[in-house]
Write a protein of this length. Sequence first.
Length: 258
Amino acid sequence: MNLTAASRTGLSREASEDRWVAVTGDHALVLAVADGMGGTLGGGEAATAALAALLDRLDRSAPLTLDALRDAVGAAHQRVRALAPDGVPVALRAGTTLTAAVATGPRLHLAHIGDSSCWLLRRGRLRRLTEVHTHAAALVAAGAVERGSAAERRLGGLLTRFLGMPGAVGAQLLTVRVRAGDRVLVATDGVTGALPVPALAELLSRPGVGAAELVRAAVDAGGRDDATALLVDMDTVAACRSTSDTRYACEAAEVRAR
């Protein structure tokens, strides 16, 4: 298994609100990205809190099932909600997207909220595994707005689901089977928003291209948002029995697993 990670501050940002974490061990692989919501108070803080809560809960779960991942996302949502007292307007609340992937054996469990994403490249064919939780995507799906229109671009940054929103958050949950030779990408929209799908597929199909090349390509394409990518070349990942032997790497020093 080959895992690479890269993150860069967007051209229009003074500080990045993206956070990421990768957990590798003999029995499992955990990848997650969180994109703190621009325009809110504490977007980076929210992303950090979400990943810390996710790892805290997963660290106490064995085996790492889809249900365990769902519960970890719920804990992350509550951790982010606790950052703002009741009564704070939604527009000022700390919030974050979250895309988390857990690989155990031939299964890849996914939990997703927002407009970050997870992709699967198999034999040159790229498939987006996650939904887009924005007002623009909902209107395009309903046929009310044309894809690629100015209206879609204006509404593209308005999330319909995010960690920290009032009430419950409905995460997209799914499990897919992976094979040796597959490439799995987990990325924030700073990468995928700057690179059209054909360009992303072409890059991922090149031998030796890692996360740093994807992030660099996004910035070179004029991407103004923070760009973060986690890219793994899959082989056989043994079934998870315990997370006690894992090694943690993270972009933010505040993110820690007990």
